[in-house]
Ligand binder design. Structure first.
Ligand code: PEP
Ligand code: MN
Length: 264
């Protein structure tokens, strides 16, 4: 069902208020790895509004490698995130980690994010097949493109056709970067499926200085949009600071992404 053989026309998702994801528009989503505080959200939303970015990313349930790391603000954080986002005309993309969270999060998110560690959590995918909100599925840490498409098929066949695929880098033998952003995935997925394809250069390379370059490369490869981490003080971020842009870097990247999109 997610194949171009089944549907030739590219899928375009309408999040409302003039925010669309898919062919014909450049999707930009930015924000912290983790939602940390009300003050932080206010600053980031101001930054997004100033730069006409309509989607904010930010986790409230965080899948951390160590149980001692910051694990997010949970539902209270999400409710506040939602309330503030509405006030700023911003849409929310945030990670859902388990089936039981789908229902409680439902009214407070615009796009459910399935993280790389959950790409093959088939029960979660089944549950998301039953909701009427868009789902962005990240590629598994060591996942093939075929596996990513199969995960999308779970959600789609469950009745939810509002899907976005996200290339976020895979684990390879290379240790110079956190992950290896697989730009090959972009033209291959764009040809195989009618779904929108978004690139996450932050997790893809994991090194702040190189994030803008890889974001631009992702767009040139044919992605429908870029999702990246931005924070008012990346050095102090509760998670993923080393791959997070400050506002100056973020504003510059947004300008350059728009220029490159025009050239395509
Ligand atoms: C994130 O978006 O912060 C995240 C945890 O991503 P991934 O699942 O790609 O590691
Ligand atoms: Mn992160």
């Amino acid at each position: 069902l997610v194949s171009r053989k089944w549907r030739v026309r590219p899928t375009v998702l309408d999040l409302g208020d003039g925010v669309c994801i898919g062919e014909g528009s450049l999707t930009l989503a930015a924000g912290p790895c983790s939602i940390e505080s009300e003050a932080q959200m206010e600053l980031i939303m101001q930054h997004l509004v100033e730069n006409d970015v309509r989607i904010m990313r930010g986790g409230v349930f965080k899948p951390r490698s160590s149980p001692y790391s910051f694990r997010g603000l949970g539902m209270d954080g999400l409710k506040l995130f939602h309330q503030m986002a509405r006030a700023h005309g911003i849409k929310i993309v945030t990670e859902v980690m388990q089936v039981s969270q789908v229902e409680e999060m439902h009214d407070y998110v615009d796009v459910f994010q399935v993280g790389a560690r959950n790409t093959q959590n088939f029960n979660l995918l089944d549950a998301l097949g039953g909701v009427d909100k868009p789902v962005m599925i990240k590629r598994g840490i060591s996942g093939t493109l075929e596996e990513l498409l199969s995960s999308a098929e779970y959600v789609f066949s469950g009745g939810n056709e509002k899907l976005i695929l996200c290339e976020r880098g895979i684990r390879t033998f290379e240790t110079a970067s956190r992950n290896t952003l697989d730009l090959n995935a972009v033209p291959i997925l764009k040809e195989k499926t009618h779904l929108p394809v978004i690139v996450d250069p932050s997790h893809g390379i994991g090194i702040r200085e190189y994030v803008p370059t890889m974001a631009l490369a992702g767009l040139m490869a044919g992605a429908d949009g870029i999702i990246y981490e931005a924070h008012e003080k990346p050095e102090e971020a509760a998670s993923d600071g080393a791959q997070t842009l400050n506002f100056q870097e973020s504003a510059r990247l947004i300008r350059n992404l728009r220029k490159v999109y025009q050239l395509r």
